[in-house]
Design a binder for this molecule. Sequence first.
Ligand SMILES: Cc1cc2nc3c(=O)[nH]c(=O)nc-3n(C[C@H](O)[C@H](O)[C@H](O)COP(=O)(O)OP(=O)(O)OC[C@H]3O[C@@H](n4cnc5c(N)ncnc54)[C@H](O)[C@@H]3O)c2cc1C
Ligand SMILES: O=C(O)[C@@H]1CCCCN1
Length: 392
Amino acid sequence: MATPGQPQKATYDAIVIGAGIQGSFTAYHLAQRHRDTLLLEQFILPHSRGSSHGQSRIIRSVYPEEYYSRMMPDSFRLWQQLEAEVGIRLYRQTGLVVLGPAGNEELEACRRSLGDSQVLDPTALARHFPGCRLQAGQVAVLDSTGGVLFADRALRAVQEVFRRHGGTVRDGEKVLRIEPGATVTVTTTGGVYQAPRLIITAGAWTGPLVEPLGLRLPLQPLRIDVCYWREKEPKSTNVGSVSPCFLTVGLSQAPHGIYGLPALEYPGMVKLCHHHGSPIDPEKRDQAPSGADRPDISLLSSFISSYLPGLETQPAVMETCLYTNTPDKDFILDRHPKFSNIIIGAGFSGHGFKLAPVVGKLLCELSLGEEPSHNMAPFAITRFHDVLQSVL
Ligand SMILES: Cc1cc2nc3c(=O)[nH]c(=O)nc-3n(C[C@H](O)[C@H](O)[C@H](O)COP(=O)(O)OP(=O)(O)OC[C@H]3O[C@@H](n4cnc5c(N)ncnc54)[C@H](O)[C@@H]3O)c2cc1C
Ligand SMILES: O=C(O)[C@@H]1CCCCN1
């Protein structure tokens, strides 16, 4: 927040729109590289209206796509660096298991991404995850590096280090207009700012924000039910706080996948969610669907009955969060095709938190005109057709 009475500074080396985890890490890297950076956020921080709130997120090395698994060592290293900078633990190693039918292509790709991974049959799984019942013909792949990131804590930490390096956060200021040029001009509800580079990391709001810049990105915001399920036996060690994280692949009853995290934010309640949701306008996220319109809950209840019989089959707590999906579920990390000093990071499709330190580094590198440290081909805007409109 600006100090009352102080004249408002208007020019910076870089402006970042959106103080979720991606924009905050981008600003962090820019400030560490001594760029005078302004981070703009429409809501007063902290807030729970976007995608980065809540206490927990999964981190894992295992990924079916090798372009993500190759980034993970860098990401783990940068998370550790942030932990050291703030002196706070941001990660709990719980292990993670991927459950799926034996021989499933995606499960095989997961196994390959780990090199020396362990494939667990039901007996071996029972040692790592006693509360979980595999069905006939299913196996589990164990990623022992997997665990939980303390999300809210991490977001606060990265913003704190950004400020420590001289960065400016202006929250409660919504960006209304972006004027491209060698110097980009950004008009908010609170002021007008200029910089030679702009990074847009506006989460579910990115589509409408870039449309006036002649870009129609295929971004679909989804409303996600975040559900917590109580253990039938309080403090049972079978499924509660000591169990690993898990996710499913290739299950015919849940093609988008189901995932779970051990009890953490609410004692005795396991977080278990469907990796999918209903299309939503982020401005209308609180218009909850009617009771009949909750297919996610029945899907999760039936999964619990078969796989996690130690949990009750109705959620005890429900919260909401937003995904912003691309058609292929890969991120968008690229320059604007026409205005090369405007960089866009969007479409994190429900799996971007763990990679935010690397995403921030890549967006920082793109904005400084440097060679990015990872392969950017999977994240190019040009993989989508007809995105550039002729409005400008
Ligand atoms: C339920 C759920 C579970 C998830 N689980 C995992 C997981 O286990 N592991 C994992 O790696 N990832 C997970 N993710 C994904 C991860 O949380 C997201 O990819 C990530 O938080 C996206 O961050 P973001 O910065 O792009 O978006 P956001 O956090 O939404 O940040 C965008 C910000 O931009 C601001 N903004 C928008 N428009 C404007 C404007 N005009 N002016 C100023 N500010 C603006 C918004 O207010 C917002 O604060 C999960 C997501 C959800 C919802
Ligand atoms: O990014 C992750 O690890 C998880 C996987 C399952 C869905 C939610 N996100």
